[in-house]
Write a protein that binds this ligand. Structure first.
Ligand SMILES: [Zn+2]
Length: 67
């Protein structure tokens, strides 16, 4: 699978929804680790980039694509 580049503020859907029932996560920090925040309850999680890439299902909102 190709390596995708994610931008800050991209909203993604993960393979597993958060226990709060929401499956919308906003990328709030990029680096070696990626911090994502649940749009439902504002809980944030820090994931190593490799793990994030494995767990992400699809991009819901890409800030770069906004007209
Ligand atoms: Zn949540």
């Amino acid at each position: 699978m190709e390596e995708k580049v994610y931008d800050l503020n991209t909203v993604v859907e993960m393979k597993k929804a958060h226990p709060c029932g929401t499956n919308r996560w906003r990328i709030i920090r990029m680096g070696m680790d990626i911090r994502i925040k649940c749009e439902g309850c504002q809980h944030s999680v820090l994931l190593p980039r490799r793990e994030f890439t494995k767990k992400v299902k699809k991009i819901l909102e890409n800030p770069q694509k906004e007209a």
